[in-house]
Design a protein around this ligand. Structure first.
Ligand code: NDP
Ligand code: MG
Length: 391
């Protein structure tokens, strides 16, 4: 069988490294085209050499000399910057992992779809910002988008052989994050260090903090709508502290199909990598008897305002997803920098959404890359102004 051409965007991150772990187990199976990263130049260069990539790209132009130095004598091309990421996505590949964190993943993802490639999508932010644009681009170019987020991979797997028209509801689970057992009044003073430790999953810092605030689940609710084309009222969130059941699909006859697996992203990545086949994966096998009980409960709306915002964003439509994501990303930057508190992230995001809806034509303008970029930028600047006002 011919080797599959593969590119990995966000190769130096948590999803990227898990993808590389799977690829390394079958060195004869893959021909690596592009690997991309950000600040972690040493990791990027090491993996590019080790896997024999054709090109390595860092998102940061000022890091190019360092990348070139690290690749000296390897024959691997080095490039940097946002346009170099898009150019790398235009290089023919059969399968492309989209695992850049944040809205920065959108432009390379779109370019990959324009090549007719299969896009394994971990970068949920691009679906939240521009779901219809991604789906239409895929359809126009005969490309395919496969889910990598564990919940959406679980839904996708539960739907095999089923008809979407017969689906009544989709339930995605949430661990509840770092603070699920904290009293509500303590959340105000939650620190970055406390928010950065996840009870079940080992992930990048930004998504880990987003799990504690449920902004991650809020993005995933919108991601569910975009991926599977169901109505907002058909999507439910269930807190499930063990993170073993990743999603459930309810059909009109009342049947619920669920997907269970160890909390290990190599499961969902491997499914997308080998789809439509299932291959052996190096993930733990569940011993349910050893686990004992599986618990489920409804999320407490007072604890997780981000979830309510997700439904408001879907009800408003248009470019609200882009504004929501941009505001949330920037509020997270400020929380990480220690400028705002944990609960301020949702309060500021909500304020900015309301403000932009009246000022920026969020609902009427078309979802194009240009408009998404404009609204993303507006949202980030509105967050900055709000942070200064509150300081
Ligand atoms: P990480 O922070 O671990 O990795 C992010 C990757 O993106 C790194 O390669 C980083 O480079 C790169 N990067 C950061 N900023 C930019 C930028 N502006 N432009 C281009 N590249 C950039 O994140 P995760 O791997 O945790 O998450 C990646 C995506 O997958 C996110 O969208 C997340 O929501 C999603 N996801 C992650 C899961 C997980 O288990 N981690 C589960 C489900 C979804 P560098 O580190 O070198 O600076
Ligand atoms: Mg998830």
């Amino acid at each position: 069988m011919a080797m599959r051409k593969i590119s990995i965007f966000g190769a130096t991150g948590s999803i990227g490294q898990n993808t590389i772990d799977l690829i390394r187990r079958d060195p004869e199976g893959y021909d690596i085209v592009a690997l991309t990263g950000g600040h972690n130049i040493a990791q990027l260069a090491r993996d590019a050499r080790d896997l024999g990539a054709k090109i390595a790209v860092t998102a940061h132009e000022d890091r190019l000399p360092e990348l070139k130095q690290a690749l000296l004598g390897s024959g691997i091309e080095a490039a940097a910057g946002a346009s170099a990421l898009v150019e790398a996505a235009s290089r023919p590949a059969d399968w492309i992992m989209s695992a850049i964190v944040g809205a920065a993943g959108l432009a390379p993802g779109l370019k990959a779809l324009e090549q007719g490639s299969t896009l394994a999508l971990a970068n949920k932010e691009s679906l939240v910002c521009a779901g219809s644009l991604l789906m239409q681009t895929a359809a126009r170019h005969g490309a395919r988008i496969l889910p990598v987020d564990s919940e959406h991979s679980a839904v996708f797997q539960a739907l095999v052989g089923e008809r979407i028209a017969e689906v009544e509801r989709i339930i995605i689970t949430a661990s509840g994050g770092a603070f699920r057992d904290w009293p509500l009044e303590r959340l105000k003073s939650a620190t970055l260090a406390q928010a950065s430790s996840h009870p079940n999953w080992d992930m990048g810092q930004r998504i880990t903090v987003d799990s504690a605030s449920m902004f991650n689940k809020a993005l995933e609710v919108i991601e569910t709508r975009e991926f599977f084309g169901v109505l907002p009222e058909q999507i439910e969130v269930l807190v499930h502290p063990q993170s073993l059941v990743h999603a459930l699909v309810g059909f009109r006859d009342g049947a619920l199909m669920s997907h269970l697996g160890a909390p290990d992203m190599r499961h969902a990545i491997g499914y997308a990598l080998h789809w439509p086949d299932r291959k052996h994966l190096p993930v733990a096998r569940l011993d349910l008897a050893a686990h004992g009980g599986l618990e489920f409960r409804a999320p407490d709306p007072d604890r997780y305002p981000a979830l309510r915002l997700a439904y408001e964003v879907m009800a408003r439509g248009g470019l609200c997803g882009a504004a929501f994501n941009g505001a949330k990303e920037r509020a997270l930057d400020h929380f990480i920098a220690g400028r705002i508190g944990f609960l301020d992230m949702a309060a500021i995001t909500e304020h900015v959404l309301d403000q932009l809806e009246t000022e920026a034509g969020l609902i009427d303008d078309a979802i194009t890359l240009e408009n998404v970029t404009r609204v993303d930028d507006l949202a980030r600047r509105a967050v900055d102004r709000r942070v200064v006002q509150k300081a």
